[in-house]
Write a protein that binds this ligand. Structure first.
Ligand code: ATP
Ligand code: MG
Length: 568
């Protein structure tokens, strides 16, 4: 490609809504263009080129392991989403609309229903299973806060894959295969990433993993162990059970007057006791289907923090929200003095797993200004769940070393679905005995357009993009410093032709512009390598530039062709 012909409107101006490097450089480099400033983007030629390169890597690796590409209608009949129950449940992110005949439709934010619908019409027997079908197609989510450019758009490109199996074991085999395949994809793209355990909602277990591209600007907090492979999303992180060196407040069970001690801190000071021996009782309002709700108490050690997603899953709710003081008193609960053992009849209480062996504990008496001391929770019959938010320096449950927080960008997500969609949508197959069974499913996503942002978040400097080899818009850029200098232009054209001949994707900058402006564009666009043909050509020298670090080497013109042959 010749730069003079390329539609690449580079600019020095930072868009005023942009804070992230990827957002700034993708716009400034003329890769993408904002449409109306609300999470919608046009891809200009260079942006489209990078997108296609990333997409090709994704496709190649998936096809290698037997996945089959399809393309599903982007406009989805609402009736399918009514079958799965999601039409009502999915929030405002779902764009709903009607056609001229007054039929309801949606723009697909994800395509489980559509894919299940395709498969239920075409697959009847166990002999046709397993199947792994995917598409690389548009999604629309009416995000409440679209931001950071391609990172969180409203319309975006996703690879979404769905697998169908005759058994749970076979689905788990495919899930593991997808994990390995995703690792290959992210490695080929030149990304530093971590596979982390993710929240898998009501399903639980290790049925959900996220692929996190490590970057300080990431929106997700992940918990990692530097000693072993362990990594998890904060919502799914686990730790070794804590121990406490401080002395336990041994006491006979009794009620104790504790005026003005409504917080763990105040209580700890009052009794001179480590918060480990205090019960933190957190009230939340749990929201369920069909507008149902209830007040729930979560009881954990005072030294721990409640992880709300874990708590929400523990009661199978759709969401947890704050309870108002009024709702608390209506439920017969005394704010600041709540306790799990004195909760009024009918109030659900969930204990954290770490409370199973807790003794010598102090908890609220559910009475103004009173706590109960000498509580022993050992062996009580209660509902337990993991409710704890893992903190930095908590110990790794795998190897015992301290855990650390870091930031990541969620670029991929794989999930064991089971029969969550096949059952309501009636996607059944006949097993070997001729018995109808619901297909067991997995689902696998990659944020293809988000990956462009993720690559730049991880690979940029203060001058612009530094594309990885597999994602770069060109393999090589040739800059002719002064096109009026015939020798410079002739060498540029000669190298350009020979590189094209070899199949190298090369960009020749033969514009009339000043050299400084061309170099600035080179740095902004971030092609991995460049040959700069300038004044020193008179001494038989050109410059070979590596974009990462802007490393410049002077090379004699005789050596340049062999060097390029070696590099490409
Ligand atoms: P997030 O937590 O970031 O909102 P998600 O968990 O809702 O994402 P999934 O439903 O798992 O997203 O979708 C699969 C992949 O699609 C994600 O891993 C992410 O890479 C990408 N993705 C999701 N939402 C967006 C968006 N608004 N813009 C760009 N990519 C997105
Ligand atoms: Mg996700």
């Amino acid at each position: 490609m010749r730069f003079s012909r390329l539609l690449v409107p580079t600019t020095k101006e930072t868009p005023n809504d942009a804070t992230l490097a990827s957002h700034i450089y993708l716009i400034r480099g003329g890769f993408i263009q904002s449409v109306g400033g609300s999470g919608l983007y046009n891809f200009l030629p260079l942006g489209k080129k990078v997108l296609d390169k990333v997409r090709a890597v994704v496709k190649e690796e998936l096809d290698k392991v037997g996945c089959q590409e399809v393309a599903l209608s982007f406009v989805t009949p609402a009736s399918l989403w009514e079958e799965s129950g999601r039409f009502e449940k999915y929030g405002k992110e779902l764009l709903r609309f009607k056609d001229r005949k007054n039929n309801d439709f949606i723009l697909g934010p994800t395509h489980e229903e559509m894919m299940v619908n395709m498969v239920r019409q075409t697959v009847k027997s166990y002999k046709q299973l397993p199947l792994n079908l995917y598409q690389i197609n548009l999604k629309f989510r009416d995000e409440i806060r679209p931001r950071f450019g391609l990172m969180r758009g409203r319309e975006f490109l996703m690879k979404d894959g769905y697998s169908f199996h005759a058994s749970q074991e076979d689905m788990e085999r495919e899930f593991n295969l997808m994990e390995e395949t995703y690792k290959k994809i992210f490695t080929r793209l030149g990304l530093e990433f971590r596979v982390v355990a993710a929240d898998s909602g009501a399903i639980g277990g290790s049925g959900s993993k996220e692929f996190m591209v490590l970057a300080d600007s990431g929106e997700d907090t992940i918990v990692v162990c530097d000693n072993c492979d362990y990594g998890a999303n904060i919502e799914a992180a686990i730790r070794q059970e804590k121990v406490c060196e401080a002395e336990a407040p041994e006491a006979v069970f009794s009620k104790f007057h504790t005026p003005d001690t409504k917080t763990i801190e105040a209580l700890s000071t009052f009794f001179h006791v480590d918060p480990y021996y205090l019960v933190k009782t957190v009230a939340k309002k749990a929201l369920y289907d069909e507008g149902k709700s209830e007040t729930v108490l979560f009881a954990l050690r005072g030294s721990d923090e409640l992880q709300e997603v874990k708590a929400c899953n523990a009661v199978g709710a759709n969401d947890l929200i704050e309870v108002t003081e009024e709702e608390l008193s209506e439920a017969g609960l005394v704010a600041g003095y709540m306790g799990p053992t004195t909760a009024p009849e009918g109030i659900k209480v969930v204990y954290d797993n770490n409370m199973k062996n807790a003794s010598s504990m102090i908890c609220g008496a559910n009475e103004e200004d009173y706590h109960l001391i000498g509580n022993d929770f050992k062996g009580i019959d209660a509902a337990y769940a993991d409710l704890v938010a893992v903190q930095e320096n908590d110990l790794c449950s795998c190897c015992g070393e301290p855990l650390r927080y870091t930031k990541g960008i969620e670029a991929g997500h794989i999930f064991q679905l089971g029969t969550q969609y096949s059952k309501p949508l009636g996607a059944n197959f006949l097993d070997e005995n001729g018995k109808a069974q619901p297909m067991v499913m997995g689902t696998y996503g990659i944020g293809v357009s988000r990956l462009l942002a993720a690559i730049i978040e991880q690979n940029h400097d203060d001058k612009g993009c530094i594309w990885t080899k597999a994602s770069a818009p060109f393999d090589l850029q040739i800059l002719v410093s002064n096109i009026k200098d015939e020798a410079q232009l002739a060498l540029g054209e000669k190298l350009y032709a020979s590189m094209l001949e070899k199949g190298v994707d090369v960009l020749l900058d033969e514009r009339k512009d000043r050299f400084g402006a061309k170099m600035k564009d080179y740095e902004l666009l971030g092609v991995p390598y460049a040959v700069v043909i300038g004044k020193k050509l008179a001494d038989g020298l050109v410059e070979f530039v590596t974009r990462d670090g802007m490393v410049k080497e002077e090379i004699s013109i005789d050596a340049i062709s062999p060097l390029l042959n070696e590099k490409f």
